[in-house]
Every structure is written in C-alpha cells, then in structure tokens.
Write a protein that binds this ligand. Structure first.
Ligand SMILES: [Zn+2]
Ligand SMILES: [Zn+2]
Length: 244
C-alpha cells in the first residue's frame, strides 16, 4: 500500500491547488495539496465573534460576542471558519465550485477537519452527524455537484459518522442573496428548507462553503432545534465581514 502510494506520488506529484507549483511531498501532509507559502498567505479568521465567527477588529481579544449575537442569540451554538472571505480565499472557493476537481474537496475537507479537531477538548465533544447545506435541485443539476457534500464526505470518512443526505430538502430557490441585507436575507430564506425525515443526530454539524450573514445556516439550525437536536454547529471555509 505504502509502496503503491510512493509510486503514485512519483508519477503524479502533488500540485498546490492555489499556485499550481509542485509540492515537496516529504515536507507536507500528503492529503493536503496546498503549499506552505500559499497557506500562510490565506487570511485567518482571527479575532472573531465566539458564537457566529463574525470577523472582528484587530484590537478585540479573548472570547467576545459581536453586537448582533448579544442582541439576538442565533439558533446555532457555534461557528468555526477556516478563513475570512477575502480575495485570496474567494479565488480558492470559486475554483472549488466550478473546477469540480476532487483534490479541492479533499484538501479543504482535511483542513476543515483539523480546524474542528483543534476546537475539541475530547472526541466526545465532536458532532455525531454532518449536514451539508442542501442545494435547490435546479441549481444542483446545473452545477452537477454540491461542494459541501464533497467536503462532508472527506470528513465523515475520517470521523466515521454519517452524513444527512435527504432528511432536509430545499423546497425553493432563494435566488441570489447578493445585495440583500441581513434582515432581507432572513426573510428570503424563511420556509426554504423542509425536514422530511427524522433527524437521528443529537449534535449536528452543518457544512457550508461561505457564511455571509448567517441567514441560511441559522434557518437550518432553527429547524434542527425544532427536531430536538441538542447542539448545532457550523463549519465553513470562509466567513464574510459585516457589510457597512
Ligand atoms: Zn502554493
Ligand atoms: Zn456573533
């Protein structure tokens, strides 16, 4: 097995998903195909709100809540985001969505997994199932795949927990939410999802690519909590800052 892997990596050396340069596989974890320079250049989401991961100003420190979470606590219990939604990350996510390369999902899935494990004190604190944000069928047909499902697959395999595929469905398209403010998005997303099967998990982790205002994951969390799910977390690739 190990020999086959060595043979494979000599024939097909790892290429960084950002800069396309060949990576020295001896120096990195073989399943993460991003070079150290590119990784270091990506914007970490720190500091951020300890509940919704909203990017906060540099001088904020420790466990701080943003104004919105103080005024109206969200339905999810926590959010972890790998990066801030800034230029370098926008390109990466665009490639994930449109190039359909499995290496993207694998690398990002591995990165999300280690981000999640970093936050956990014990394995028992982890989720018992994953919920990739469901896409509207027409959109899924157009794109051919749901990038959140691809990422969730990588994580589920490592964690040995199930993925919720068909218990929650998207009933209607919400159109593009770009240009809508937080309140409008919240109104737009109401009733977009429906729980059609019993949710077995007690701690569900929602997997999303970009979290903007949080309206979508909050609506999903609201439905899960109605279904008696005890704890709902969100794990996303990038978290957008507040719009002025
Ligand atoms: Zn690179
Ligand atoms: Zn917050």
């Amino acid at each position: 097995m190990e020999l086959a892997q060595k043979w494979f990596s000599t024939l097909f050396p790892s290429v960084c998903i950002v800069c396309r340069q060949t990576i020295n596989t001896a120096a990195i974890n073989t399943s993460v195909e991003i070079c150290q320079q590119c990784y270091a250049a990506l914007p970490a989401n720190d500091p951020c709100c300890c509940r919704c991961a909203l990017p906060l100003a540099e001088n904020m420190d420790g466990r701080v809540l943003c104004g919105r979470c103080i005024r109206r606590p969200p339905d999810f219990d926590y959010v972890h985001s790998l990066f801030r939604y800034e230029q370098a990350v926008i390109g990466l996510i665009h490639q994930l969505k449109f190039s359909q390369k499995i290496t993207f999902s694998r690398t990002l899935g591995e990165m999300l997994l280690s981000r999640m494990q970093l936050e956990m004190q014990t394995p028992e604190e982890g989720p018992d199932c994953l919920l990739p944000v469901p896409l509207y069928t027409a959109r899924l047909r157009q794109r051919g795949f749901n990038q959140s499902i691809e990422i969730a697959r990588v994580m589920a395999k490592k964690l040995q927990i199930p993925i919720i595929y068909d218990a929650v469905v998207r009933r209607r398209s919400t159109g593009t939410q770009t240009g809508l403010n937080a309140k409008q998005r919240q109104k737009n997303i109401r009733g977009a999802f429906e729980v059609v099967k019993e949710i077995k998990g007690r701690h569900v982790l929602i997997i999303d690519d970009v979290m903007t205002t949080g309206a979508t994951v909050n609506e999903l969390s609201r439905l899960l909590k109605i279904q008696k799910v005890k704890r709902v977390g969100v794990l996303c690739l990038a978290r957008a800052p507040m719009k002025n």
